[in-house]
Write a protein that binds this ligand. Structure first.
Ligand SMILES: [Zn+2]
Length: 267
């Protein structure tokens, strides 16, 4: 992956949408490979292996209404993805894309041109919280530890916001709208052959009390929290092949997100 290839892509997108640009910009406080003039703001692109002092430079640019964007060439020296606008370019079998976020093994990336175009138009954004619109659950097969019948439980795979932001779950699996939504989904899709026991409080000797739980559809035995955690630990290996359902959340449910995303109003 050559730096000039990425810079040429930026320039050709600027030309196609008619935005003025300047290359090799150097001021007292910062420098950039390309600065794009987007009328009310500017975007300063830097294409490099490993950026230095990103935070300071970003703030210096910000004071001049310039939004910094660092595009990192494929490198073995991975830095941690953070709220700073640093994005890894990936070249996967000749397809060049830019990584925004990762959920388990599922990478959220955009084709290079789409990323550059969206960045220039102000549609690549960072958010600390998001309002959940859908919860995607997947149905995971469990054999009852007691009667050995085939059962299913559901695991929360991801949360999807009104703007199409996706994050790994950080909410209670037994949130009432999820429990009801899954029940309605299974009632309407009985042909899927997903057999799930009732979700209700069950007594646990270990916990000296009753708690909301999954259980066997046949003998009503409790599926304890370690049993469920095992399934979550295994999820990364099988999530792609599991049956899934999207449950609509109509109440206000705001959760931490802390990630970059492309604003997408189709949701
Ligand atoms: Zn059972």
């Amino acid at each position: 992956m050559e730096k000039t290839f990425v810079i040429d892509s930026i320039l050709s997108i600027c030309k196609s949408i008619g935005f003025p640009f300047t290359t090799k910009v150097k001021t007292d406080k910062w420098k950039a490979d390309v600065v794009v003039d987007c009328a009310t703001y500017k975007i300063a692109f830097n294409v490099c292996n490993l950026p230095r002092n990103v935070e300071d430079v970003y703030l210096a640019m910000h004071q001049e209404r310039v939004c910094g964007c660092w595009m990192l060439l494929p490198s073995f020296r991975k830095i941690v993805l953070s709220k700073l606008p640093c994005f890894y370019i990936q070249d996967i079998r000749g397809e060049v894309n830019v990584l925004l976020h990762k959920i388990r093994e599922e990478e959220h990336s955009l084709p290079l041109d789409d990323f550059i175009h969206s960045m220039i138009l102000g549609n690549i954004r960072y958010t600390e919280t998001m309002k959940v619109k859908y919860v995607e659950v997947c149905f995971y097969q469990k054999i009852c530890w007691k009667c050995h019948e085939k059962n299913h439980i559901y695991l929360i795979n991801k949360l999807i916001s009104t703007e199409g932001v996706e994050i790994e779950s950080g909410i209670d699996s037994f949130y009432p709208e999820i429990v009801n939504g899954v029940k309605q989904y299974l009632d309407a899709n009985s042909g899927l052959n997903i057999k799930m026991g009732e979700i209700k409080p069950r007594y646990s000797k270990f916990h000296h009390g009753a708690y909301m739980s999954f259980g066997c559809a046949y003998c009503d035995s409790l599926f304890g929290s370690t049993y469920i955690q095992d399934a979550y630990d295994n999820l990364v290996f099988c999530v792609k092949t599991l049956p899934k359902a999207r449950i609509l959340i109509s109440r206000d449910l705001v959760v931490p997100a802390n990630r970059w995303y492309k604003r997408d109003l189709k949701y």
